[in-house]
Design a protein around this ligand. Sequence first.
Ligand code: NA7
Length: 533
Amino acid sequence: MSAPIKQLDVVIVGSGFAGLYMLHTARQLGLRARVLEGGSGPGGTWFWNRYPGARCDIESMQYSFQFDRDLQQEWEWSERYAAQPEILAYIDHVIERFDLAGDIQFNSRVESAIFDEVNGRWMVETSAGETFSSTFCIMATGCLSAANMPNIKGRETFSGPVYHTGQWPQDGVDFSGLKVAVVGTGSSAIQTIPLVAEQAAQLTVFQRTPSFTVPARNRALTQSEKDEIKANYDDYRALGKSQDLAWDAAPNENAASDLSDAEIVAECERRWEMGALYWYGAFSDLLTDQKTNDIVAQFVRGKVREMVKDPKVADILAPDSVFGCKRVCADTNYYATYNRDNVSLVDISSTPIDEITSDGIRVDDTSYEFDAIIFATGFDAMTGSLNKIDIRGRSGLKLKDKWAAGPRTYLGLQTAGFPNLFTISGPGSPSVLTCMVTSIEQHVEFIRDAIVYMREHDMKYIEATAEAEDAWVDHVNEVAGSTLLNNCNSWYLGANVPGKPRVFMPYLGFPAYAAKCEEVAEQGYEGFVLGAA
Ligand code: NA7
């Protein structure tokens, strides 16, 4: 006998920041809600990315919930940039504080979500064999959740362990005495390489494209720093939300083109000391004027050459691309690691990895022997985790088919043909270009208000119109097209995954976006159709 179908008002897929706040919010509305999570614990991206060195690149006092004043007052962040275990501890604290555990199901990977048009309900099936019937289906599936494992010949033949940074083993890994390969030099690799190098007997890094990485300047937070922010937390949050990135990057109002050479160098030096993503605030024309961008890129290349002793290695590590086009990485001792005797770099920019063999990696006619391989090869970002689920809307329309040429959404919140299905931080919303937690809260609150409005107006479904969606997709492209963000092979564009359509997915500009959402709501959810049956 098959298990009974469980009836819900809201099914939430994923237990990261988005899923947890959505659950809390749905419960406050008195709705029957449940989180379905594929992992064995909560945290989403922060559950899976537990590789050595995993750390957030937005400051911890910003990268945290602001919906509850007491929560933000009572939690004590220890470092300027929180490491993965501390973020997971915070997530556990949130679950406990708001008593969420009873409505979260682990080891329950959602395999399909199919809209039953006759009854107007979403039928959601999990890997555990359960079926849920729900009015709303909310995808809180994360932007960096579907690991991108390159399809290199012979990968299964390697006799040692193979790891992906985004699917790191729960119990950790000891690399002591081992010969280790790292494939990839994006943010995850840049965080993990210095720590793996300290353990491994030999570490070899395979680099296809060098990343721009700058010192994170992580350190312990002092009590007075924490107290000061807490005393003015509302102002701190409001300042964050007033900026494109939804956190305060201390933006310089000047364009580099208005400054003298000496002023430009002084600003670059200042940003180098500020560290991490504060570089995005360096000059107002950083992402729009190629000349300004070249100056910054040249400055950072100069720093690489100062830090890496072997000039040939420095040349390979120095990026020759648009600064900030791929998300800038924030590191701790990355370049210094290449000065170690047990670390070497293989440039695979013109000769890719040919094969993985039983005992290592072959590039052209050179074979390298390893005991373990780490793939730090990123994610099928933004759409990957949605496309892994068999999502079908009206008339059996598959989301994957609808998005075959790239994702299409209205505000990154809904896609036409899929009533009552919401995507938190979906493609077409500011999401990954911002402080994710802030964007997540804004989305959850939009969904909450939409549900309240529907209830007050006796409406049963809400669905984006195709016209609103078309106009929004055009607008997202227009905004990205006015910047240099299209000028590299970033995961923002899907360019890191072979065969993925090249479409700029996130929306640049949090305040403009939030204002648009408010206007849409005030106009009775303009661009959405609300129906009674
Ligand atoms: P990223 O930033 O996508 O980096 C992945 C890296 O892996 C990057 O250097 C890629 O080179 C490299 N890569 C991908 N496929 C291959 C193959 N087939 N061969 C060799 N090298 C490959 O992912 P991360 O996990 O580091 O960071 C993702 C985000 O998480 C980051 O932006 C932060 O927001 C946090 P490529 O550049 O494509 O040539």
